[in-house]
Design a protein around this ligand. Structure first.
Ligand code: S3P
Length: 449
């Protein structure tokens, strides 16, 4: 059955249409799935491995385009990174402060995490000059959120619009420690400042309005950094000067990728899926809480800790979903899952409200505008808010032509919506999924078959 349900069409310009054709008697999804490695942890393992002393071994690295961008930037600055694969990647670190000046522009591709975290490392490399850029999406995303605190630490950074847009030029310097009160809950901002603080003399503190993902804190500590946290104030302090030492990192499956199957299993009648080996760090599990609020049938099995990160298998069964309100401190803990949560809300009874999520407008695409437009095109009832959306559930979706806007999470969210849409849906530029999930279509075929 799968061959007729899902097909890929490659166009002359090499972009791909993912075509999903609803069979007359519907589909149900069954099986056990492994999702690729966590994107956030993969970036951090490559970066810390590159600037640590000695060898870092990474198991389960995500082979998506984004970590590849990180690897190639750090290779260009002297780190020796073995061929990327999921079994074992070896990084020969060159020690803190020893990155070489690259002879060409560093290209972070589509990856905000690569560019923003790397800026903290580059700005604190005295005497070296760096230029950094990215693809057209990344060149339009705000960089002032990291450039400002780095400038407060004494960094020299130049770029378009007063240094707020890439391409950026960085003259590395010795930086001063600061206490930075970030106006946004952003792990990229927090991590950038902490990485810059690694080489500043004294204590650098970041306080954020709500807790964002804490993978940097966990991994920096494991590599030997001196770090303390104050959960009361959402603050983290790093003391500069400590050396980092290569470690063994085991990357768990990415809960942001698992989220597509959790929602698929919850909304497609008759489905039951097990997603194995998923990272369930509490700073990332907002998606589980939101789906639980909606009445989804999800159980955590085989909970364990692997290399400093909590991991579990997640079982999801189809169930009737209810609307809910998603707002406030939970937002940073499910920020990347809002497009797929919007799909869940389309199939829930009542009006779901998503607020306090204006950050979505500056992701790989404007995820509020794009999801509202694409879901409405399929027949959903979604209203755009400045900082989110209102979704009236219970409408029937009809397959049509939709577009990913080259945003990986939009492409995959629309594919899951298409599983419950009548007729045929064509998702244009679906190859964007390879940023974080190169095997997405193959897995989709497997569980439909
Ligand atoms: C990430 C942090 C989040 C998230 C992004 C990955 C990270 O961004 O949306 O996909 O790895 O630090 P912000 O820090 O901008 O919230």
């Amino acid at each position: 059955m799968s061959a007729s349900v899902i097909s890929l069409k490659t166009k002359e310009n090499f972009s791909q249409d993912l075509v999903i054709q609803q069979p007359p008697n519907g589909i149900s999804l069954q099986g056990s799935i492994r999702v690729p490695g966590d994107k956030s942890i993969s970036h951090r393992a490559l970066m810390l491995g590159a600037i640590a002393h000695g060898e870092t071994e990474i198991q389960g690295l995500l082979l998506g385009e984004d970590p590849r961008s990180t690897a190639s930037c750090f290779q260009a600055m002297g780190a020796n990174i073995s061929e990327l694969n999921t079994n074992l990647v070896k990084v020969q670190g060159i020690g803190l402060g020893n990155l070489q000046e690259p002879v060409d522009v560093l290209n972070a591709g589509n990856s905000g995490t690569t560019l923003r975290l790397m800026l903290g490392i580059l700005a604190s490399h005295p005497g070296r000059f760096f230029t950094v850029t990215g693809d057209s999406s990344l060149r339009s995303r705000p960089m002032s959120r990291v450039v400002k605190p780095l400038q407060q630490m004494g960094a020299d950074i130049w770029g378009r619009k007063g240094g707020s847009l890439a391409p950026l030029a960085v003259q590395g310097k010795s930086l001063q420690p600061i206490h930075y009160h970030s106006p946004i809950a952003s792990a990229q901002v927090k991590s950038c400042v902490l990485l810059a603080g690694l080489m500043a003399e004294g204590k650098t503190t970041v306080t954020e309005p709500a807790l964002s993902r804490d993978h940097s804190e966990r991994m920096l500590r494991a590599f030997g950094a001196k770090l303390s946290t104050d959960p009361q104030t959402n603050s983290v302090t790093i003391t500069g000067g400590a050396q980092l030492y290569g470690q063994k990192v085991v990357v768990p499956g990415d809960i942001s990728s698992a989220a597509f199957w959790l929602v698929a299993g919850a909304i497609v009648p008759g489905s039951e899926l097990v997603i194995e080996n998923v990272g369930v760090n509490p700073t990332r599990t907002g998606i589980l809480e939101a789906l639980e609020m909606m009445g989804a049938d999800i159980t955590k099995e085989n909970e364990r800790e692997v290399a400093g990160e909590p991991v579990a298998d997640l079982r999801v069964r189809h169930s009737r979903l209810q609307s809910c309100v998603i707002a406030g401190d939970i937002i940073p803990r499910l920020i990347d899952e809002i497009p797929i949560l919007a799909v869940a809300a389309v199939f829930a009874e009542g009006k779901t409200v998503i607020k306090d999520a204006a950050e979505l407008r500056v992701k790989e695409s404007d995820r509020i505008a794009v999801m509202v437009k694409q879901l409405n095109q399929m027949g959903a009832k979604v209203t755009e808010l400045d900082d989110g959306m209102e979704i009236t559930g219970g409408t029937t979706l009809t397959g049509t032509d939709v577009d990913s806007y080259t945003d990986h999470r939009i492409a995959m969210s629309l594919a899951i919506a298409a599983l419950n849409a009548e007729g045929k849906t064509s998702i244009h530029r679906a190859e964007a999924a390879s940023i974080s999930y190169p095997d997405f279509t193959a897995t989709l075929e497997n569980i439909c078959g």
